[in-house]
Design a protein around this ligand. Sequence first.
Ligand code: NAD
Length: 261
Amino acid sequence: MRFSGKTALITGSTSGIGLGIAEAFGAAGANLVINGFGDAAEIERLRDDLARRHGVNVIYDGADMSRPEQILAMVARAVDAFGAVDILVNNAGIQHVAPVDDFPVAKWDAIIAINLSSNFHAIRAALPAMKKRGWGRIINVASAHALVASPFKSAYVAAKHGVAGLTKTVALEVAESGITVNAICPGYVLTPLVQKQIPDTAKARGISEEEVVKNVLLAAQPTKKFVTVEQVAAFATFLASDAAASITGAVLPIEGGWTAH
Ligand code: NAD
């Protein structure tokens, strides 16, 4: 699979799944627009490293995905630089865990903005140039929580179910334009964020870190294995390939059998 001459914009790509997806598209020859928070010098090192190793152009844009005007400006900058965002990967996301009657309103608003509304704003901004080129791929990184719920994650589950609905709707609207729109639904992926939670959870529950992995994180996942960043990234590049041109409007699990229960 080669994406030479194409441009992939991946939101939230300074860490975890987004970084893995950026790496995979860069390795396949796509120019990249990376985005996300972090230390400025570390992000510049990352940008430079991706560009050098893969021989592609890489722009970093620090747009805050909770701010519509910053999302519009980021997409406009990408279109100015490369002519279009050919492959849009809506990946940035945050989580907060609390009972619904205790759920901080500001956290609800932030999760809906970053995990759901940002997808709408980026899609809306990127579509005109995709339509002009008659080719495009929109890949929304949703979650197994776009398909099933877990307690204490009301905002996250609502946002991810919303992403599933948005995916299907936009797919229908652009089905004849050479543009596909799909959602990827990972189960637990051992990103730095998840990794950091393991010692804290072990302490809070008075169990070992191994027990946290087995009895808390992987309890829902029949394979009893984490999904890897590389597996999610390979799935994303496949969905962007010509072989996947007939896959659209799909909400696709990659979760070790979680939603087969
Ligand atoms: P992560 O914390 O490692 O990465 C999140 C990225 O989003 C980072 O680059 C961060 O800087 C960026 N980000 C956060 N808020 C932002 C904002 N306001 N504006 C711009 N960027 C912002 O997390 P991850 O595990 O790689 O998660 C990536 C996506 O995958 C999320 O949408 C998440 O819901 C989804 N997901 C993760 C898992 C998992 O187990 N890790 C499972 C299913 C779905």
